[in-house]
Design a protein around this ligand. Sequence first.
Ligand SMILES: Nc1ncnc2c1ncn2[C@@H]1O[C@H](COP(=O)(O)OP(=O)(O)O)[C@@H](O)[C@H]1O
Ligand SMILES: [Mg+2]
Length: 349
Amino acid sequence: MEGPNVGLTWSPFLTPSLDVSSLFVIDSSTHYEVVRKITEGGMGIVYEAEQKGTEGFVKRVAIKVIRQRFAEQRLFLQNFIGEAKLVADLIHTNIVQTYHLGEARGVYFIAMELINGVNLEQFANQLMTKGRLLSAELAVFITSRIVRGLAYAHTKHDSKGRPLGLVHRDVSFKNVMVAFEGDVKLTDFGIAKAKGFLTDQEGEVVAGKPDYMSPEQADFRVTDERSDLFSVGVVLAHLLLGRNVFKGVTTDESINRVLEMPIPDFRTLHSKIDDRLNGILQKALARDVERRYQKAGKLLYDLEHYIYHGGYGPTNETLGAFIRELFGQGDFSQSDATRGGTVAMECKP
Ligand SMILES: Nc1ncnc2c1ncn2[C@@H]1O[C@H](COP(=O)(O)OP(=O)(O)O)[C@@H](O)[C@H]1O
Ligand SMILES: [Mg+2]
């Protein structure tokens, strides 16, 4: 087989491919240096890291290291890897991009796009601390960007044109980030399904938090893309009201509310919620899946029409300006407090 005709000198790193569909193979290992712990999530620890290239090339990435006790569960690991492979090609401005699924000495990790910003929980807490309220327009704008990401993922096909049938299953405040530039990004695509296979010490499946779950999900019934649209309704209501009406004191109470609580007339809960917005919320939060929004695209249309029908509406720039002002620009970096020694991580290509 001939070498690549790209002006490169043939070297041991470039080897002829055995796979008929590829031209040649570049055999190089990726080296990450972990510089800061961002946070400890339920499933793993999220770090900021530097991906090192040649001649001092450095790219900042986020790395999620899966907890060892989870990685040891075969069913979970199989599903986790399977889902990671499915979402590898999700490339959309409103979805945190997965760069790499790696394994180093039995430790599994995902390298992904690093978001310089906050999740919606931190955002809402800061609003509360500062005694500020989010305008209906910005709440709808944030929600509409989440739905853009979902609309893309829900309709994604594989290379042979078959629908992937992707459902996020964990659209919630913690899984939505707002970058200080004003971009809204959905995280953890494909992870919730694998989470459903996690078992505790007694071998029982660890159920997720029901606060943003659809009724069919809370009831362990089959879910499809419409389940995500219910969760979007919960996120929108939470952004508008500053509290989640489905959250109970206990998990059981939350499940009960998701399954049974009459969906409120949101106009009576806050004056900024008008007829149209209440209509969107009622349709997203319909317990009967047949009466709910059927497609993310339709919900997206209604949300965008709500904010833009009068002409100018919110943009990434207006959201960015709002969040930078809310956090005091540059204030939010924890880098100095938590930046410790670096941990080198070498992984199999
Ligand atoms: N790509 C990223 N860039 C920056 N911060 C991130 C990134 N992914 C996750 N985070 C932060 O880590 C938090 C927890 O991550 P997450 O993966 O959602 O944990 P969990 O395992 O609990 O689901 C997020 O809410 C967000 O604040
Ligand atoms: Mg998460």
